[in-house]
Each structure stands twice: as structure tokens, then as C-alpha cells.
Design a protein around this ligand. Structure first.
Ligand code: ATP
Ligand code: MG
Length: 395
């Protein structure tokens, strides 16, 4: 094998104190995602490289593209630290490319290699000029940039670059619980949180028979998309029907949505402590609907001390849609099934709710015991990429 996937960490490299922790997590994630392939993964503090079988390159690339913590990567030739061999390989590589201007960039971290980077740039540049007709050197805007990294045990040579997903490896942060509806926003919020390294599990509030099994399946399909960025997602399904019906039976119509969301947050708070999740994540975006004005968010938020992460708080809908399309959740999200938030929408939901009114309205039914029952009867599904569903009691 003379080709490898050479991975650069990017943002990781700014973490000096816990650098090894980040690299080891990334290593484990790559190893886990590529476990079906015949590969060998090598790591050091600056880079990782993967030996692979040529036939698997395209599939491996599409997996690598979804692993957070990879800033960029190259398909590089790997040869010994030997001038003659390097020269031969450089020529072989550039002869396959079409270009009229080029630049050679040598990085020599192995100081035992007898020629300095500057001198070796000249040697290799001269070699290319001599062997390929009608080309010239352009150090500012070359059409072809040939990089040669001379390291302790091996030399990497490459002239391509692929962008990775960036972010931090999933698992470098603790667990967060994503409120996952079937809409466009929440899967995007989940994706962005995974990108920061958060282990994401999901909670779906359903109100059967007001919502359908198809609506639930839609949420499961969204989890299946998200799980390609991580190894496993637990989806906790909450039976929200009794609480929702009690709200609509007992409370002021214009406050129903505000109170419903306060109940969701109370349940989220409970699930967070059960599963040791540090944050609640959701797809709320400032001003998007009545329950997302700053006053609404504050009144709704006041039922919990668990931090609420709203990755989309300041995003426009069109920006959110762009990401939803990129991560392939958009087409699922727009399938028209009702959500528990949309089944009982009041004609004029309050835009600036008052906390005292919420408290007064909530006095009208015994929500605490209903929350207990809802939490006790949670149904958890474990979702793993390419595997059939596993229903389990996760606790
Ligand atoms: P849309 O893309 O249509 O806005 P949405 O899912 O964002 O869909 P909102 O009414 O804006 O719907 O809800 C705000 C947030 O509350 C969602 O992004 C989601 O995180 C959470 N949420 C809403 N309904 C549910 C539900 N049934 N189960 C879990 N979380 C929910
Ligand atoms: Mg929304």
C-alpha cells in the first residue's frame, strides 16, 4: 500500500492541555466507523493516517466526511525517507496531473534528512521543470501545490485536499438531550451540537391518538440521519397525551402553548437527571413563533435550571433550511404529519406571557403526578447506524 488518508485535526490543535484526550476520542470514533473495513490507523500529536484498500476508498471517504474533528484530509502517497525514492514518487504523482503553474512545499520535521526544506524545494522544483514541458513556477497562485512532509519514519507526498466536517470529535463533551420534533429545526440543532462534540440523545413528545405512528416514524428517520454523525442515539419517547389534554381542558386558551412548553421543559429536566445529561438542546429560534419571543423563552425556561442550548437562536429560517438540506433531513422534515405542538394551536397564542398567569393556570390540574407518570412510562429506542431498531429500557 503506498497511499494513505492523511488527516489534519484543525481546531483540535489549539487544545494544548487535553490534546491527547481529543486525539484519542477522534481515533476511537474513526476506528468505530471504519470497523467493517480492512484499515490500519496511525496517530500522533499532529496528524493521523489511515492505510486502506484501494477498492474501499470512496466508501471510506464518505464516512470520513461525517466524522467531526477532522479539519481536512489528503490522499497522500507514503514513501521512505530517501531522496531518490521521494524524487521518483514526486515525478510519478505530478505526471498524472494537468497544470501549467505549480509550487513545491517541503516540510522537513525530520532534521536527519540531509537537505534543508528550502534547498529541497529547489531540487524538486527543478526536477519537475526538467521533466514536464510548458510549465512554470508560481509561488503565489499555483494551479498545482505539491506538498512533501518529511517525517521521522515516513514521507507523505500529495497535491490534493478534501475538507472534513470540522468541529470536535463526538464524545469530547458530555451528554445533551435534544428535543426532537418532526420539524426542520430540531435535527439541525442536533447536528450542530454533535459538531461541538456533544453526545446527543433525543426526546420526542407524542400525543397519540392526536398524532400518528407515522409522525413517530418520521422522528425515527430523522434520528437515523443524525446517527451517521455519531455511533448511537437513544430516542426517548414521552407519552404527552394526558398532559396535553389536561392543559387544553383546564387552562386559558391563549396560554396553552406556553404551558405546554413549560411542561415539556419540566419533563426534560427530569430526563436530564435520570440520564446524566448536562444540557437540554432544542431548535428554538428567536422570534420564529409566539413561544419563541424573548419573553416567552424566559417564562418557559424558568421551570428548569438545566442550561438550554439553542444552536439556532440567531439563525434565519433560510440558513437553517440550507443546513437541513446539507445533512439530508429536509425532505423527511417536510413530510406533512402533525406534531403535538400543531394539533391544538390556539387562535391567538400569547406573545408576551406573564409568569404569574402561567402559575395560576397550572394550579388548575395536578401536573406533577402526570409528569411522574409520563417519565416513568418513557419508551426508549436505541438507534445504531445500519442496524434494525432495538427497543429497550435504557435505564
Ligand atoms: P419547525 O421547523 O416547523 O419550526 P420545530 O420542530 O422547530 O419545527 P417549533 O414549534 O418551532 O417546531 O418548536 C420549537 C422546538 O421545540 C423544536 O425545534 C424542538 O426542539 C422542540 N419541540 C417541539 N415539538 C416537539 C416534540 N413534539 N417533541 C420534542 N421536541 C419538540
Ligand atoms: Mg421551529
Amino acid at each position: 500500500m503506498d497511499k494513505v488518508i492523511l488527516i489534519k485535526y484543525g481546531e483540535l490543535s489549539t487544545k494544548s492541555g487535553n490534546r491527547n484526550y481529543f486525539i484519542n476520542t477522534l481515533y476511537r470514533n474513526i476506528e468505530n466507523k471504519l470497523r467493517k473495513y480492512e484499515v490500519k490507523i496511525h496517530k500522533d500529536r499532529a496528524r493521523m493516517y489511515i492505510e486502506f484498500l484501494e477498492k474501499d476508498l470512496d466508501s471510506i471517504k464518505s464516512i470520513i466526511d461525517k466524522i467531526f474533528g477532522i479539519h481536512k484530509y489528503h490522499i497522500a502517497s507514503i514513501v521512505d525517507v530517501n531522496d531518490e525514492i521521494i524524487q521518483k514518487k514526486v515525478l510519478e504523482i505530478v505526471k498524472l496531473e494537468k497544470f501549467s503553474t505549480f509550487k513545491v512545499e517541503v516540510k522537513r520535521s525530520n532534521k536527519k534528512f540531509p537537505i534543508s526544506s528550502m534547498d529541497y524545494n529547489r531540487v524538486l522544483g527543478g526536477l519537475i521543470l526538467k521533466n514536464i514541458p510548458s510549465i512554470s513556477v508560481d509561488v503565489h497562485h499555483p494551479e498545482l501545490l505539491i506538498k512533501i512532509e518529511i517525517r521521522e519514519k515516513e514521507t507523505f507526498i500529495y497535491c490534493n485536499q478534501y475538507l472534513g466536517s470540522g468541529g470536535y470529535p463526538v464524545g469530547t463533551q458530555q451528554r445533551g438531550l435534544l428535543m426532537l420534533s418532526g420539524g426542520i429545526d430540531s435535527p439541525v440543532a442536533g447536528y450542530l451540537s454533535l459538531k461541538r462534540g456533544v453526545i446527543v440523545d433525543c426526546v420526542y413528545f407524542e400525543a397519540i391518538p392526536h398524532t400518528s405512528i407515522e409522525a413517530r416514524n418520521k422522528v425515527i428517520s430523522l434520528c437515523r440521519k443524525l446517527v451517521s454523525y455519531t455511533d448511537r442515539i437513544h430516542l426517548h419517547i414521552v407519552n404527552f397525551t394526558p398532559i396535553q389534554e389536561a392543559i387544553y381542558k383546564n387552562c386559558r386558551e391563549d396560554y396553552c402553548i406556553t404551558i405546554m412548553r413549560r411542561m415539556m421543559y419540566r419533563i426534560m429536566d427530569r430526563i436530564c437527571s435520570l440520564y446524566d445529561a448536562k444540557v437540554i438542546i432544542n431548535g428554538e429560534s428567536i422570534g420564529q413563533v409566539a413561544s419563541q419571543t424573548l419573553t416567552s423563552l424566559s417564562v418557559i425556561n424558568s421551570v428548569t435550571n438545566v442550561p438550554v442550548i439553542r444552536p439556532l437562536a440567531c439563525f434565519d429560517k433560510l440558513e437553517i433550511i440550507d443546513i437541513a438540506k446539507k445533512i439530508d433531513t429536509f425532505d423527511i422534515s417536510i413530510i406533512p404529519y402533525e406534531d403535538c405542538c400543531t394539533v391544538f394551536v390556539p387562535k391567538h397564542p400569547v406573545i408576551n406571557p406573564r409568569l404569574d398567569v402561567c402559575l395560576e393556570e397550572e394550579e388548575k390540574f395536578d401536573y406533577q403526578s402526570m409528569i411522574e407518570i409520563a417519565v416513568e412510562s418513557i419508551n426508549t429506542i436505541s438507534i445504531v447506524e445500519n442496524e434494525s431498531l432495538e427497543f429497550s429500557n435504557y435505564l
